[in-house]
Design a protein around this ligand. Structure first.
Ligand SMILES: *Cc1c(COP(=O)(O)O)cnc(C)c1O
Length: 383
């Protein structure tokens, strides 16, 4: 059976299992060896070479989910993104990167690229024209993030892939927010996909990991850099990640359904002034999102009406946790103006549309009626 033909949940449950030949157990054994036979073997295995049995096999599951030939698993999402960038950019090269981007990626580019002599330009927006406008003769990579954090803007993946191809520039995407359950950028022509596996892949807020999926050729090139930089994931965590990923489809589909219901409900709520969710018809890129996503994802943001304090609102929630990370089975919220965008001035925040009333909501698997009740109770406590 070809892997591409298997359904999403079958890939989640089965692809990339390490067979237990000795005892015929149902799940992958955990191989913790950091030392392997080297005489007369085909593969010289070592954890930092990303090729212990658990690492090698789980990478097959990720590659199957993203419709690529190969994948590499890292110790964090930032390790995945930094190794990918450093494999394809060297001194004198230029990166075009979306302005609305995960904060850690922004920091990596701004703090580390000057040390390597790599040039970069942040776009002025998330539309294809914004990317095209800043391409230079030495541009080697275009990197996008869609849906973006925290305002859920949507970038045209196919148009970006075509732009890259027309100018012989590679393209990459941070697919963390959508996950392969809701979006397969490789099918739309993007060259490389990366994930913070800390988020939906892990899904239970207890793993820090990352991954890149691409052609064998690109993955080999990344591997050549990664074996020098280190950053592989411990096999115990790889094993835990495999267990988590068996339910990736089930979790994310439920979370996505819940997010749609919550977005519609919040959109009608008298104490909520605005909802940002690509699944709503009122979202400016709803049609584009519909054309390139299988589902609209489980992340959304909303604004409380003026006069309701966002900090107090979060303190008043009982079920929904205010928590920095996202994508767990439990619903969480954060205030971007107190966390990811806290270092910006009020003026800068106004410019990018991050108001003090904005709440980012990672929708979990709970029953939506309970989530609605929790939000209603928290609002009632403020009035
Ligand atoms: C969390 C996150 C990252 C970074 O991943 P870590 O696992 O924290 O290193 C990158 N991109 C996005 C969109 C994220 O949400």
């Amino acid at each position: 059976m070809s892997k591409e033909k298997l359904g999403l949940n079958t890939i989640c449950a089965h692809v990339g299992e390490v067979k237990d030949e000795q005892f015929k157990g149902a799940v992958s054994p955990m191989f913790l060896s950091s030392s392997y036979e080297f005489l007369d073997v085909d593969v010289k295995r070592y954890p930092r070479y990303f090729n212990t049995p658990n690492q090698e096999y789980l990478a097959k599951k990720i590659a199957a989910l993203e419709h690529t030939e190969a994948a590499l698993i890292f110790g964090s999402g930032m390790a995945a993104i930094s190794h990918m960038f450093l494999a394809f950019l060297q001194k004198g090269d230029h990166l075009v990167v979306q302005n609305t981007l995960y904060g850690g990626t922004v920091n990596f580019i701004k703090e580390e690229f000057p040390k390597y002599g790599i040039e970069y330009t942040f776009t002025n927006g998330y539309k294809v024209e914004d990317f095209e406008a800043v391409i230079q003769p030495n541009t080697k990579l275009i990197h996008i993030e869609t849906p973006s954090n925290p305002l859920l803007t949507i970038t045209d993946i196919k148009a970006i892939a075509e732009l890259g191809k027309s100018k012989s520039i590679l393209t990459s995407i941070d697919n963390t927010f959508a996950s392969p359950v809701n979006q397969n950028p490789i099918d739309l022509g993007i060259d490389m996909v990366m994930h913070s596996a800390t988020k939906y892949f892990g899904g239970h807020s207890d793993i820090c990991a990352g991954a890149v999926a691409s052609s064998q050729e690109h993955i080999d090139r990344i591997w050549n850099v990664s074996k020098n930089l280190g950053g592989s994931l411990s096999d115990m965590t790889v094993w835990l990640l495999e267990r988590s990923m068996k339910t990736l489809g089930l979790r994310v589909k439920t979370q996505t359904k819940n997010a749609m219901k919550m977005a519609k409900w919040l959109n009608k709520h008298p104490k909520i002034s605005k909802v940002y969710y690509p699944g709503l018809k009122s979202h400016p890129e709803h049609k584009l999102a519909k054309s390139q996503m299988k589902g609209f994802g489980a992340m959304l943001s909303f604004e409380l009406v003026n006069g309701l304090d966002a900090y107090q609102f979060q303190k008043s929630l009982q079920l929904i946790k205010s928590s920095m990370s996202l994508a767990g089975v439990e619903s969480t919220v954060i205030s971007p103006h107190l966390t990811s965008h806290a270092l910006l001035s009020q003026e800068e925040r106004d410019k990018v549309g991050i108001s003090d009333q904005l709440i980012r909501f990672s929708v979990g698997i709970e029953d939506v009626e309970d989530l609605k009740q929790d939000i209603d109770n928290a609002i009632a406590a403020l009035i």
